[in-house]
Design a protein around this ligand. Structure first.
Ligand code: NI
Length: 392
Protein backbone atom coordinates (compact mmCIF):
# COMPACT_ATOMS: atom_id res chain seq x y z
CA UNK A 1 0.00 0.00 0.00
CA UNK A 2 1.39 3.40 -0.94
CA UNK A 3 1.79 6.14 1.63
CA UNK A 4 -0.13 8.74 -0.34
CA UNK A 5 -3.63 8.59 -1.66
CA UNK A 6 -4.10 9.16 -5.38
CA UNK A 7 -7.28 9.16 -7.42
CA UNK A 8 -6.40 5.57 -8.43
CA UNK A 9 -6.34 4.54 -4.76
CA UNK A 10 -10.08 5.21 -4.67
CA UNK A 11 -10.67 3.06 -7.78
CA UNK A 12 -12.01 0.06 -5.88
CA UNK A 13 -14.54 2.34 -4.14
CA UNK A 14 -15.75 3.89 -7.40
CA UNK A 15 -18.40 1.24 -8.01
CA UNK A 16 -19.67 1.56 -4.41
CA UNK A 17 -19.83 5.35 -4.57
CA UNK A 18 -21.64 5.16 -7.91
CA UNK A 19 -24.20 2.76 -6.46
CA UNK A 20 -24.76 4.95 -3.36
CA UNK A 21 -25.02 8.08 -5.52
CA UNK A 22 -27.58 6.56 -7.89
CA UNK A 23 -29.63 5.14 -5.02
CA UNK A 24 -29.76 8.58 -3.39
CA UNK A 25 -30.55 10.17 -6.76
CA UNK A 26 -33.50 7.80 -7.22
CA UNK A 27 -34.83 8.70 -3.75
CA UNK A 28 -34.47 12.48 -3.47
CA UNK A 29 -35.73 14.25 -0.35
CA UNK A 30 -36.40 17.94 0.22
CA UNK A 31 -34.69 19.94 2.97
CA UNK A 32 -35.24 18.73 6.55
CA UNK A 33 -37.03 15.64 5.14
CA UNK A 34 -33.83 13.70 4.36
CA UNK A 35 -34.71 10.77 6.63
CA UNK A 36 -34.03 7.97 4.16
CA UNK A 37 -30.83 9.63 2.99
CA UNK A 38 -29.71 10.15 6.60
CA UNK A 39 -30.48 6.47 7.33
CA UNK A 40 -28.29 5.39 4.41
CA UNK A 41 -25.48 7.73 5.44
CA UNK A 42 -25.61 6.65 9.09
CA UNK A 43 -25.64 2.93 8.34
CA UNK A 44 -22.75 3.17 5.87
CA UNK A 45 -20.69 5.15 8.39
CA UNK A 46 -21.51 2.75 11.23
CA UNK A 47 -20.65 -0.26 9.07
CA UNK A 48 -17.04 0.92 8.95
CA UNK A 49 -16.81 1.71 12.65
CA UNK A 50 -17.38 5.46 12.53
CA UNK A 51 -19.26 6.95 15.53
CA UNK A 52 -22.52 8.48 14.31
CA UNK A 53 -24.66 11.24 15.78
CA UNK A 54 -28.10 11.70 14.23
CA UNK A 55 -30.53 14.58 14.37
CA UNK A 56 -27.98 17.42 14.39
CA UNK A 57 -30.02 20.26 12.87
CA UNK A 58 -33.13 18.05 12.49
CA UNK A 59 -32.02 15.55 9.80
CA UNK A 60 -28.27 16.21 9.83
CA UNK A 61 -25.74 13.44 10.49
CA UNK A 62 -22.22 13.74 11.90
CA UNK A 63 -19.72 10.89 11.71
CA UNK A 64 -16.63 11.11 13.94
CA UNK A 65 -13.44 9.18 13.24
CA UNK A 66 -10.41 9.41 15.55
CA UNK A 67 -6.95 8.06 15.00
CA UNK A 68 -3.92 8.51 17.25
CA UNK A 69 -3.69 10.96 20.15
CA UNK A 70 -3.43 14.34 18.46
CA UNK A 71 -6.02 17.02 19.31
CA UNK A 72 -6.07 18.35 15.75
CA UNK A 73 -9.46 18.23 14.06
CA UNK A 74 -10.92 18.88 10.63
CA UNK A 75 -14.56 18.99 9.49
CA UNK A 76 -15.56 17.77 6.03
CA UNK A 77 -19.01 18.74 4.90
CA UNK A 78 -21.49 17.51 2.25
CA UNK A 79 -25.11 18.52 1.64
CA UNK A 80 -27.92 15.95 1.28
CA UNK A 81 -31.09 17.72 0.10
CA UNK A 82 -32.86 17.72 -3.27
CA UNK A 83 -34.98 20.32 -5.08
CA UNK A 84 -38.70 20.65 -5.92
CA UNK A 85 -38.11 19.97 -9.63
CA UNK A 86 -39.75 17.26 -11.76
CA UNK A 87 -36.88 15.25 -13.24
CA UNK A 88 -36.66 15.26 -17.02
CA UNK A 89 -34.21 12.37 -17.32
CA UNK A 90 -35.15 8.86 -18.43
CA UNK A 91 -32.16 6.89 -17.13
CA UNK A 92 -32.50 4.01 -14.69
CA UNK A 93 -31.64 5.99 -11.55
CA UNK A 94 -34.09 8.85 -12.26
CA UNK A 95 -36.15 10.17 -9.36
CA UNK A 96 -38.90 7.93 -8.05
CA UNK A 97 -40.35 10.80 -5.98
CA UNK A 98 -42.76 12.91 -8.05
CA UNK A 99 -41.74 16.54 -8.31
CA UNK A 100 -38.49 16.10 -6.35
CA UNK A 101 -35.07 15.78 -7.93
CA UNK A 102 -31.35 15.85 -7.13
CA UNK A 103 -30.76 18.68 -9.60
CA UNK A 104 -27.78 20.20 -7.76
CA UNK A 105 -25.59 17.13 -7.33
CA UNK A 106 -25.93 16.87 -3.56
CA UNK A 107 -26.34 13.12 -4.16
CA UNK A 108 -22.80 13.16 -5.56
CA UNK A 109 -21.45 15.34 -2.75
CA UNK A 110 -22.87 12.89 -0.20
CA UNK A 111 -21.45 9.86 -2.05
CA UNK A 112 -17.97 11.43 -2.33
CA UNK A 113 -17.81 12.19 1.39
CA UNK A 114 -19.07 8.68 2.20
CA UNK A 115 -16.32 7.26 -0.01
CA UNK A 116 -13.72 9.34 1.81
CA UNK A 117 -15.10 8.23 5.18
CA UNK A 118 -14.95 4.54 4.24
CA UNK A 119 -11.40 4.90 2.92
CA UNK A 120 -10.16 6.83 5.97
CA UNK A 121 -11.82 4.36 8.35
CA UNK A 122 -10.08 1.47 6.57
CA UNK A 123 -6.62 3.00 6.33
CA UNK A 124 -6.50 5.44 9.28
CA UNK A 125 -3.29 7.03 7.99
CA UNK A 126 -3.76 10.18 10.06
CA UNK A 127 -3.45 11.45 13.62
CA UNK A 128 -6.37 13.46 14.92
CA UNK A 129 -10.16 13.71 14.55
CA UNK A 130 -12.24 13.95 11.39
CA UNK A 131 -15.88 15.02 11.58
CA UNK A 132 -17.90 14.01 8.52
CA UNK A 133 -20.73 16.55 8.41
CA UNK A 134 -23.78 15.58 6.33
CA UNK A 135 -25.90 18.69 6.24
CA UNK A 136 -29.62 18.92 5.50
CA UNK A 137 -31.54 21.66 3.73
CA UNK A 138 -28.87 23.59 1.86
CA UNK A 139 -31.30 24.88 -0.79
CA UNK A 140 -32.52 27.97 1.00
CA UNK A 141 -34.02 26.34 4.09
CA UNK A 142 -31.17 27.08 6.49
CA UNK A 143 -29.66 23.64 7.11
CA UNK A 144 -26.16 24.89 7.91
CA UNK A 145 -27.51 27.37 10.42
CA UNK A 146 -29.75 24.69 11.93
CA UNK A 147 -26.71 22.48 12.55
CA UNK A 148 -24.70 25.38 14.00
CA UNK A 149 -27.61 26.38 16.25
CA UNK A 150 -27.77 22.74 17.35
CA UNK A 151 -24.20 23.00 18.63
CA UNK A 152 -22.35 21.57 15.63
CA UNK A 153 -19.03 23.24 16.41
CA UNK A 154 -19.27 22.98 20.20
CA UNK A 155 -20.22 19.28 20.17
CA UNK A 156 -17.87 18.45 17.26
CA UNK A 157 -14.97 20.86 17.53
CA UNK A 158 -13.38 21.57 14.14
CA UNK A 159 -10.23 23.66 13.81
CA UNK A 160 -10.75 23.86 10.06
CA UNK A 161 -13.51 22.95 7.66
CA UNK A 162 -13.70 22.02 3.98
CA UNK A 163 -16.41 21.28 1.46
CA UNK A 164 -16.95 21.11 -2.28
CA UNK A 165 -19.58 21.63 -4.96
CA UNK A 166 -19.65 20.20 -8.45
CA UNK A 167 -19.32 22.60 -11.36
CA UNK A 168 -20.98 21.83 -14.71
CA UNK A 169 -18.98 22.94 -17.78
CA UNK A 170 -15.74 22.48 -15.83
CA UNK A 171 -13.96 19.36 -17.11
CA UNK A 172 -13.79 16.30 -14.86
CA UNK A 173 -10.34 16.34 -13.28
CA UNK A 174 -10.29 20.11 -12.88
CA UNK A 175 -10.75 22.05 -9.64
CA UNK A 176 -11.44 25.72 -8.89
CA UNK A 177 -9.97 27.06 -5.62
CA UNK A 178 -10.48 30.73 -4.83
CA UNK A 179 -9.08 32.71 -1.90
CA UNK A 180 -11.39 35.23 -0.20
CA UNK A 181 -14.94 35.94 -1.48
CA UNK A 182 -16.09 33.17 -3.81
CA UNK A 183 -19.88 33.14 -3.97
CA UNK A 184 -22.60 35.70 -3.41
CA UNK A 185 -24.77 36.15 -0.39
CA UNK A 186 -28.45 35.58 -1.08
CA UNK A 187 -31.83 36.89 0.04
CA UNK A 188 -35.32 35.61 -0.69
CA UNK A 189 -38.29 37.96 -0.90
CA UNK A 190 -42.08 37.83 -0.97
CA UNK A 191 -44.28 40.71 -2.05
CA UNK A 192 -47.99 40.57 -1.34
CA UNK A 193 -50.11 42.92 -3.45
CA UNK A 194 -53.64 43.74 -2.32
CA UNK A 195 -56.22 45.32 -4.62
CA UNK A 196 -59.98 44.92 -4.78
CA UNK A 197 -61.52 41.89 -6.47
CA UNK A 198 -64.08 42.36 -9.22
CA UNK A 199 -65.90 40.66 -12.08
CA UNK A 200 -63.58 40.06 -15.00
CA UNK A 201 -65.88 42.05 -17.26
CA UNK A 202 -66.14 45.05 -14.92
CA UNK A 203 -62.55 46.14 -14.11
CA UNK A 204 -63.69 49.70 -13.31
CA UNK A 205 -65.30 48.43 -10.09
CA UNK A 206 -62.08 46.89 -8.72
CA UNK A 207 -58.34 47.31 -8.32
CA UNK A 208 -56.50 44.66 -10.35
CA UNK A 209 -53.84 43.11 -8.12
CA UNK A 210 -52.52 41.02 -11.04
CA UNK A 211 -51.79 44.09 -13.16
CA UNK A 212 -50.08 45.86 -10.26
CA UNK A 213 -47.99 42.72 -9.60
CA UNK A 214 -46.99 42.49 -13.26
CA UNK A 215 -45.84 46.12 -13.23
CA UNK A 216 -43.94 45.57 -9.98
CA UNK A 217 -42.11 42.62 -11.59
CA UNK A 218 -41.04 44.89 -14.45
CA UNK A 219 -40.18 47.88 -12.25
CA UNK A 220 -38.01 45.81 -9.88
CA UNK A 221 -35.61 45.32 -12.77
CA UNK A 222 -34.72 49.00 -12.56
CA UNK A 223 -33.03 48.47 -9.17
CA UNK A 224 -29.94 46.62 -10.37
CA UNK A 225 -29.81 48.75 -13.53
CA UNK A 226 -30.28 52.16 -11.83
CA UNK A 227 -29.66 51.87 -8.07
CA UNK A 228 -26.64 49.53 -7.82
CA UNK A 229 -23.28 51.07 -8.73
CA UNK A 230 -22.06 49.71 -12.08
CA UNK A 231 -18.85 48.34 -10.55
CA UNK A 232 -20.76 46.50 -7.83
CA UNK A 233 -22.70 43.42 -8.79
CA UNK A 234 -26.15 42.18 -7.88
CA UNK A 235 -28.90 39.98 -9.28
CA UNK A 236 -32.61 40.40 -8.69
CA UNK A 237 -34.80 37.60 -10.10
CA UNK A 238 -38.58 37.39 -9.75
CA UNK A 239 -39.13 33.64 -9.85
CA UNK A 240 -42.74 33.28 -8.67
CA UNK A 241 -45.90 35.19 -9.60
CA UNK A 242 -49.24 33.95 -8.35
CA UNK A 243 -52.68 35.52 -8.74
CA UNK A 244 -56.23 34.43 -9.36
CA UNK A 245 -58.12 31.16 -9.71
CA UNK A 246 -60.72 31.90 -12.40
CA UNK A 247 -61.02 33.29 -15.93
CA UNK A 248 -63.74 35.77 -15.03
CA UNK A 249 -62.50 37.12 -11.70
CA UNK A 250 -60.08 40.02 -11.28
CA UNK A 251 -57.98 38.84 -8.35
CA UNK A 252 -58.00 40.76 -5.10
CA UNK A 253 -54.46 39.68 -4.19
CA UNK A 254 -51.30 38.69 -6.00
CA UNK A 255 -47.94 37.44 -4.78
CA UNK A 256 -44.46 37.76 -6.17
CA UNK A 257 -41.37 36.04 -4.88
CA UNK A 258 -37.76 35.66 -5.86
CA UNK A 259 -34.15 36.03 -4.91
CA UNK A 260 -31.43 38.70 -4.66
CA UNK A 261 -27.68 37.98 -4.77
CA UNK A 262 -24.73 40.27 -4.01
CA UNK A 263 -21.15 39.97 -2.74
CA UNK A 264 -21.45 42.48 0.08
CA UNK A 265 -23.92 43.02 2.84
CA UNK A 266 -24.15 46.74 1.92
CA UNK A 267 -25.38 46.08 -1.64
CA UNK A 268 -27.78 43.41 -0.40
CA UNK A 269 -29.36 45.75 2.15
CA UNK A 270 -29.62 48.56 -0.42
CA UNK A 271 -31.46 46.30 -2.86
CA UNK A 272 -33.86 45.40 -0.06
CA UNK A 273 -34.58 49.06 0.68
CA UNK A 274 -35.15 49.93 -2.98
CA UNK A 275 -37.39 46.89 -3.41
CA UNK A 276 -39.68 48.20 -0.67
CA UNK A 277 -39.82 51.64 -2.31
CA UNK A 278 -40.50 50.31 -5.82
CA UNK A 279 -43.09 47.72 -4.76
CA UNK A 280 -45.04 50.04 -2.46
CA UNK A 281 -44.86 52.99 -4.87
CA UNK A 282 -45.82 50.96 -7.94
CA UNK A 283 -48.74 49.34 -6.14
CA UNK A 284 -49.91 52.77 -4.97
CA UNK A 285 -49.87 54.04 -8.55
CA UNK A 286 -52.53 51.41 -9.34
CA UNK A 287 -54.54 52.10 -6.18
CA UNK A 288 -53.30 48.86 -4.64
CA UNK A 289 -50.95 48.25 -1.71
CA UNK A 290 -47.88 46.06 -1.34
CA UNK A 291 -46.13 44.43 1.62
CA UNK A 292 -42.50 43.36 1.21
CA UNK A 293 -40.80 40.60 3.18
CA UNK A 294 -37.04 40.60 2.42
CA UNK A 295 -34.91 37.97 4.20
CA UNK A 296 -31.17 37.42 3.89
CA UNK A 297 -30.69 33.63 3.84
CA UNK A 298 -27.07 33.20 2.80
CA UNK A 299 -23.93 35.03 3.82
CA UNK A 300 -21.34 35.61 1.09
CA UNK A 301 -19.04 32.56 0.88
CA UNK A 302 -15.54 33.67 1.88
CA UNK A 303 -12.57 31.28 1.91
CA UNK A 304 -9.74 31.65 4.40
CA UNK A 305 -6.60 32.41 2.33
CA UNK A 306 -4.37 29.94 4.21
CA UNK A 307 -6.93 27.12 3.90
CA UNK A 308 -7.45 27.96 0.21
CA UNK A 309 -3.69 27.46 -0.25
CA UNK A 310 -3.96 24.09 1.49
CA UNK A 311 -6.90 23.02 -0.70
CA UNK A 312 -5.12 24.16 -3.86
CA UNK A 313 -1.98 22.23 -2.92
CA UNK A 314 -4.01 19.04 -2.37
CA UNK A 315 -5.78 19.49 -5.73
CA UNK A 316 -2.46 20.14 -7.44
CA UNK A 317 -0.98 16.95 -5.97
CA UNK A 318 -3.98 15.01 -7.30
CA UNK A 319 -4.38 16.42 -10.80
CA UNK A 320 -1.47 18.78 -11.52
CA UNK A 321 -1.19 22.55 -11.31
CA UNK A 322 -2.53 23.10 -14.85
CA UNK A 323 -5.83 21.51 -13.79
CA UNK A 324 -6.35 23.83 -10.80
CA UNK A 325 -7.71 27.34 -11.39
CA UNK A 326 -6.67 29.61 -8.50
CA UNK A 327 -8.55 32.62 -9.86
CA UNK A 328 -11.93 31.48 -11.19
CA UNK A 329 -14.65 34.09 -11.70
CA UNK A 330 -16.90 34.96 -8.76
CA UNK A 331 -20.06 32.86 -8.67
CA UNK A 332 -23.43 34.60 -8.29
CA UNK A 333 -25.10 31.54 -6.79
CA UNK A 334 -25.17 31.23 -2.99
CA UNK A 335 -24.21 28.48 -0.62
CA UNK A 336 -25.05 28.11 3.04
CA UNK A 337 -21.65 26.55 3.84
CA UNK A 338 -20.91 30.29 4.12
CA UNK A 339 -22.35 30.23 7.66
CA UNK A 340 -19.96 27.43 8.66
CA UNK A 341 -17.07 29.41 7.14
CA UNK A 342 -18.09 32.35 9.34
CA UNK A 343 -17.53 30.11 12.40
CA UNK A 344 -14.46 28.11 11.39
CA UNK A 345 -11.70 28.98 8.88
CA UNK A 346 -11.83 26.78 5.84
CA UNK A 347 -12.29 26.54 2.12
CA UNK A 348 -15.02 25.62 -0.34
CA UNK A 349 -13.84 24.35 -3.70
CA UNK A 350 -15.46 23.47 -7.03
CA UNK A 351 -14.92 20.10 -8.68
CA UNK A 352 -15.48 19.71 -12.43
CA UNK A 353 -18.68 17.89 -13.40
CA UNK A 354 -17.76 17.70 -17.08
CA UNK A 355 -18.43 19.47 -20.34
CA UNK A 356 -20.94 19.07 -23.15
CA UNK A 357 -23.31 16.13 -22.80
CA UNK A 358 -21.02 14.60 -20.15
CA UNK A 359 -21.96 16.65 -17.10
CA UNK A 360 -22.28 20.05 -18.78
CA UNK A 361 -25.98 20.55 -18.00
CA UNK A 362 -26.36 23.35 -15.45
CA UNK A 363 -27.55 22.65 -11.93
CA UNK A 364 -31.24 23.27 -11.06
CA UNK A 365 -32.19 22.08 -14.57
CA UNK A 366 -34.57 19.06 -15.04
CA UNK A 367 -31.95 17.37 -17.26
CA UNK A 368 -29.04 17.71 -14.77
CA UNK A 369 -27.18 14.71 -13.38
CA UNK A 370 -24.09 14.44 -11.22
CA UNK A 371 -21.20 12.91 -13.18
CA UNK A 372 -20.08 9.67 -11.52
CA UNK A 373 -16.62 10.07 -13.07
CA UNK A 374 -15.98 12.86 -10.55
CA UNK A 375 -16.65 10.64 -7.50
CA UNK A 376 -13.11 9.27 -6.98
CA UNK A 377 -11.60 12.72 -7.51
CA UNK A 378 -13.75 14.32 -4.82
CA UNK A 379 -13.23 11.45 -2.39
CA UNK A 380 -9.46 11.48 -3.04
CA UNK A 381 -9.35 15.22 -2.29
CA UNK A 382 -10.90 14.67 1.14
CA UNK A 383 -8.73 11.62 1.97
CA UNK A 384 -5.49 13.24 0.89
CA UNK A 385 -6.37 16.46 2.70
CA UNK A 386 -6.78 14.55 5.97
CA UNK A 387 -3.65 12.43 5.43
CA UNK A 388 -1.66 15.57 4.69
CA UNK A 389 -3.07 18.05 7.22
CA UNK A 390 -3.45 15.51 10.03
CA UNK A 391 -0.27 13.67 9.10
CA UNK A 392 0.81 11.10 11.67
NI1 NI B 1 -25.97 22.81 -4.56
Amino acid sequence: MTATTTVDTLGPLHADMTAWRRDIHAHPELGFQETRTADRVASLLQACGIAVTRGVGKTGVVGTLKSGASHRSIGLRADMDALPIAEGNAFGHRSTHAGVMHACGHDGHTAMLLGAAVQLARTKRFDGTVHFIFQPAEEGLGGAKAMIDDGLFTRFACQRIFGMHNRPRLAVGRFNVKSGPMMAGGAFFDIRVTGRGAHGARPETGVDAALAAAQIAVSLQSIVARNVAPLDSAVLSVTRIRAGDAYNVIPQTAELGGTVRAFSREVMDAVGRHMKRVAEGTAAAFGASAEVDFRVLFAPTVNDPAQADVAARICTELVGADQVDRNPPLVMASEDFSFMLEQVPGCYINIGNGEGSEGGCEVHNPAYDFNDQALPLGAAFFVRLIESELAA
